[in-house]
Design a protein around this ligand. Structure first.
Ligand code: PLP
Length: 290
């Protein structure tokens, strides 16, 4: 696989950053992950908007990559060099505050951000999607700016590991009795005929897939409310599903070792699984040409 690092394209194994990079020392940076289909970036504008707003929140000066044409050019070259212009892939970008002697406050003006990008082959988890998957709940131990997509992911890492150790695909986080989101997904439930998910605020990442799924659900005439589920709601859900760039729409049929609803993918989720996949295929087919 190929990588882009600070203006240069090189084999990923040859890409290296100095040990004083603030991403390494402090987790002082942001990242973004795009879904790629046949060389086309899904929802590029939304990913770039979130990347720009994260950089602005952290007061990191935006590098050229944050321009639509620049990011598409870099992605296309990485995909081509890595043999990924057909089929499924992901495109990863990380921007840190750059390299400087270790001190907490910002480095001197003029310190250049580190810009890293790479691509990976991707296989959607369609078998798990057909069967339904399992999740566990964990306490949400994160900071109060979960809306910023920073590379500080330790609570997410610990949560996902806890899920893996219990044979589950994802950990659903609960803060003060409120369901926030998964370690790398947004969480939706269907209760009494209504689709519910946490509103966008500082307690969740404003997921690109979440926004697309909300639009699709509304366009299908489904009842949707951006109103968080509570921990109590979890025990009486009709349906539960996760959404995310590498998850699409994923039915969850077991939660904390108990069946959710009928214990199989429900009608609302199944409809959204299909509609989302159709949207993804169509949107990528119509996106920029690789
Ligand atoms: C904490 C968290 N929530 C939600 C998501 C889903 O966001 P998106 O649909 O933009 O991938 C992610 C993606 O990585 C995430 O890390």
């Amino acid at each position: 696989m190929f990588a882009f690092l600070n203006g240069q394209f090189l084999p990923r194994a040859a890409a290296a950053i100095p040990v004083e990079d603030r991403g390494f020392l402090f987790g002082d940076g942001v990242y973004e992950v795009w879904r790629v289909l046949n060389g086309r970036l899904f929802e590029n504008e939304r990913h770039l908007a979130r990347l720009s707003s994260g950089l602005a929140e952290l007061r990191i000066s935006p590098p050229d990559l944050v321009q639509p044409n620049a990011v598409i050019g870099i992605a296309e070259r990485l995909l081509a060099e890595s043999g990924l212009t057909e089929g499924e892939a992901t495109f990863y970008v990380e921007i840190t505050r750059g390299v400087a002697p270790r001190t907490h406050q910002f480095p001197p003006a003029g310190t250049l951000p580190t810009v890293y990008a790479t691509v990976n082959r991707f296989t959607p988890a369609d078998d798990a999607r057909a069967r339904g998957s399992s999740c566990v709940t964990v306490p949400d131990l994160r900071w109060l700016r979960c809306d910023v997509k920073t590379v500080q992911l330790l609570p997410n890492v610990m949560a996902r590991q806890a899920a893996a150790e219990r044979g589950a695909i994802e950990a659903i986080m609960v803060r003060d009795g409120i369901v926030t989101e998964g370690s790398h997904t947004n969480v939706f439930g269907v209760l009494d005929g209504l689709i519910r998910t946490h509103p966008t605020n500082q307690f969740i990442l404003p997921g690109v897939t979440r926004a697309v799924v909300l639009e699709i659900a509304r366009s299908l005439g489904l009842q949707v409310r951006e109103d968080a589920l509570t921990a109590q709601d979890l025990g009486r859900l009709d349906e539960l599903f996760l959404v995310g760039t590498t998850t699409d729409v994923m039915p969850i049929t077991r939660l904390d070792d108990q069946p959710v609803g009928a214990g199989e993918p429900g009608p609302v989720t199944t409809r959204l699984v299909r509609a989302f996949r159709e949207y993804l295929d169509a949107a990528c087919a119509a996106a920029h040409v690789a």
